[in-house]
Design a protein around this ligand. Structure first.
Ligand SMILES: [Ca+2]
Ligand SMILES: [Ca+2]
Length: 208
């Protein structure tokens, strides 16, 4: 866990400022809805690729290695992604500690606590890098083909890709802008409501 400790020692000031704008911080007194629990369960199950019932930190940050290896992210950007992931691992997954692995129930209850707190927005810290990685031709937009490639590259069923894409594309210009993507990510992790972009997710169809 030396690697996690090293990454975790990085304070937020080392992250690009646009990722951590304290002016936008807010808390929520709302208890997460059943729908929210369903989303977190889906997210966890998709991340637990080997269906072990637990996810290790090494597994969690592998996505950065993958994007670096495929050339979807430069080594520098991949390292930024690792730092952002280390932050979300520590704060969202491990309840502010450094843990080696997290089981599904632990993850969901830690997340439920986390999203009520005043640092809830850091849950999407890694998403700008994920966006860049999905944008294969680096034109600053995500096309439906790029989105499908992302899902299938991670072993996610693409049956719902078009519906999810359409929901994220709020201005209907057939591409997903960074703003649209980050909005969808925020809704996914933080919103309790069903409907619109929130009924779809990056990680395929929701699991009951
Ligand atoms: Ca593109
Ligand atoms: Ca759009």
């Amino acid at each position: 866990m030396e690697y996690l400790r090293r990454l975790s020692n990085l304070t937020l000031q080392y992250l690009p400022t646009f990722l951590y704008n304290t002016e936008n911080m807010s808390t929520s007194s709302e208890e997460p809805s059943q729908f929210w629990y369903k989303k977190m369960k889906t997210f966890y199950r998709r991340a637990d690729k080997h269906s072990h019932g637990y996810i290790t930190f090494e597994e969690y940050i592998k996505i950065a290695d993958y994007f670096e290896k495929t050339g979807q992210l430069s080594p520098v950007k991949a390292q930024h992604l690792r730092r952002a992931l280390a932050h979300t691992w520590q704060h969202c997954w491990c309840h502010g500690t450094t843990c080696d692995q997290v089981m599904e129930e632990e993850f969901i209850s830690n997340m439920a606590e986390f999203v009520k707190g005043d640092r809830r927005e850091i849950v999407t810290l890694a998403m700008p890098y994920i966006y860049e990685a999905i944008d294969l031709n680096k034109n600053g937009e995500i096309s439906v083909e790029e989105y499908r490639t992302f899902l299938s590259g991670h072993g996610i069923d693409t049956t719902h890709a078009d519906a999810a894409f359409a929901a994220m594309d709020t201005n209907n210009d057939n591409v997903i802008s960074k703003e649209e993507f980050l909005h969808a990510a925020e809704e996914f992790f933080l919103s309790n409501e069903e409907g619109g972009v929130n009924s779809h997710c990056f990680w395929g169809a929701l699991i009951d």
